[in-house]
Design a binder for this molecule. Sequence first.
Ligand code: SF4
Length: 373
Amino acid sequence: MAGLYVHIPFCARACTYCDFHFTTRLRDREDMVQALIAELRSALPAWSGQTFTTLYFGGGTPSVLRPAELSAIAAAAMEGADWALEEWTVEANPEDLDRETLDELKAAGVDRLSIGVQSFQPEVLDWMNRLHGAAGAQNAVERAAEAGFEHLSLDLIYGVPVGGEDRWEQDLGLACTLPVNHLSCYILTAEPKTLYGHQLASGTLSPPPDDRVLEEYARLCEVTKSAGFEHYEVSNFARSEGRSRHNSAYWNGTPYLGIGPGAHSFLDGRRWWNARSNARYLQAATTSDFPGQQETETLGAKNRFNEALITGLRRVEGVAPADLIQLTGLDVTAQPALQGLLDTGRCEWVDGRLRIPEAQWPLGDATTLELMV
Ligand code: SF4
């Protein structure tokens, strides 16, 4: 079993806070589609023993491409590998989701949309430099449901430094009333090379106080729970069997192939990744020398143990010590910090599995760090 990720490195506009790999120069779009197809044809033969079950177009903004272009890339993926397709997700921004596009995506076989809403508050959307307005986001979600998409996910961001006191409460309330079965809710972080990072560094803006961010996290847990969502991963919530199969596979340690600039792949304890450069990627495509711009690392037992903790402790299921021993030979119950973390409630045992309680997830990274070797 394996997952396939395709990175579409284009956005119509740069958001204030984003440090993903993308460009707003769309002139290379057609060349990029051909390059992605070329990388698929070059990479997939090495995966001949694997059956792919999930396809995920992320970015960037995949909906910047036309549905026919996404279909051409998907066709190359389907032709080159064994598939038992369970889920095909496309990330999309609200302004791209007119009814014609939705119908074309549905007809192509896309069965899940992850819609980058981020907020429903005009002031917040303006600060984020988003192209869509509040009504536009809501209308896009409703149109997608009318077009027959049963699996809809919204991205929302909290802990933002602008907007009224009740903006998060309003965002949550509205999101939970929409016909979606998945929410991805992220705390805003200030990455150094973003406009938000510069605003904080230059003092033109202050971050929201920690206690406000923690209050917003607490409300996120409460409101989503009462709306029928299961908090199954630090940032992810699902109802009506809406868990993301593709992302769950990442967190389970399932192999995945990443295609496109900056995309990462993982197979048999080896990880490799493409350069975060469209120019280098397009150049590699001219000779099909994609490995020439890749970096690679082989994960030893310690790294695999640490990665299994990082991903496992982000999930409600946590980790099973026996699984970690089988995978790496290392025993999490032998870690000196464990007893202290259990005594202070930062970790707990549930049905023989070690996990971080929901209320403690905001401190989860520090907790995991204490358990790593
Ligand atoms: S948040 Fe999404 S739309 Fe905005 S710049 Fe980043 S990848 Fe592009």
